[in-house]
Write a protein that binds this ligand. Structure first.
Ligand code: PXL
Length: 280
């Protein structure tokens, strides 16, 4: 059984970061080790939240894993809250990265042309440096623009997306997958570039006329789960597109849906079944 380490905050309520990553990765049949970087009452989109920083714990936990001989098949990072955390996570990757350990980075910090509360363009550039250590990065177009220090351009064409992906790999990441990409009003999905083979890949499914918060974390966690189950990068991204769409459909169908996150829990049986198929 594979074991991964995911490094991100735990927001007690709000369906993001660890409360999403843990159940999805466990559902994939993969042991999910966690390194919580902060405890928040909710994520930062809520009008009020508490924040307990756990940065001081990162180095001790990381070193203790090494002393115990605990290795990981993947390190998956999500929302990280400070420059110091970026530095410590970079060291953690250096310490634990082996040939058989895949580094997946979701630079969760922005969406719809804007940085989340508390982030700056300088932070995005520091996140870009961390992304240089990844085997796969999974930004949305806003995060990509901030990391590359280029204007956010929602009126893109395929050439533009290919150029952005090549530049993202220019940061040092072996592969980059952009989420939330659409060239056709009826389709939404991912567009990816693998610099090791100089090849592009895209996968789309239905688009729904809604925008729910928290789908980025679900997409990244579902990708990681599929990778650890032996899917190729391309097949893992396709699984994540299909699972995220299923989460959105179930949320739309729920008359009592919450104002935050999507009903990813109800779509877990779908994910488990979808993992059994390799269509790419
Ligand atoms: O979904 C990304 C995320 C993770 N963690 C925290 C957040 C957000 C997005 O707003 O605030 C604390």
């Amino acid at each position: 059984m594979k074991r991964i380490l995911t490094v991100q905050d735990i927001s007690c309520v709000g369906r993001c970061s660890l409360t999403v990553a843990l159940p999805i990765i466990s559902a994939a049949g993969v042991e999910a080790g966690v390194l919580p970087t902060a405890v928040l009452s909710t994520h930062t989109m809520f009008p009020k939240f508490t924040f307990c920083d756990l940065t001081d714990e990162i180095e001790g936990i990381s070193k203790t894993f090494t002393e115990l001989g605990l290795g990981f098949d993947a390190i998956y990072t999500g929302y990280l809250g400070s420059f110091r955390q970026l530095g410590l996570v970079s060291e953690l990757i250096d310490r634990h990265k082996t040939e058989n350990c895949m580094v997946v980075i979701d630079p969760a910090m922005a969406d719809n042309g804007k940085l989340y509360k508390g982030f700056t363009p300088e932070f995005a550039r520091a996140m870009a440096e961390l992304c240089g250590k990844a085997d796969l990065i999974i930004p949305n177009l806003t995060e990509a623009a901030f990391m590359l220090d280029i204007p956010y351009n929602p009126d893109y064409d395929e050439d533009y997306i290919r150029d952005v992906l090549k530049r993202l790999c220019g940061l040092g990441a072996k592969r980059a997958a952009l989420t939330g990409i659409t060239f056709d009003p009826t389709k939404l999905g991912t567009y990816a570039y693998d610099s090791t083979t100089d090849s592009f890949f895209s996968y789309f499914n239905e688009v729904k006329p809604v925008a729910y918060h928290g789908t980025g974390d679900i997409f990244a966690s579902a990708t990681l789960g599929a990778l650890m189950r032996g899917h190729s990068v391309e097949s893992s991204l396709a699984v994540a597109v299909d699972y995220t769409l299923e989460c959105i459909k179930l949320t739309m169908a729920d008359e009592d849906r919450r104002t935050y996150g999507v009903n990813f829990e109800q779509a877990i049986p779908y994910y488990i079944e979808r993992l059994k198929k390799t269509n790419i």
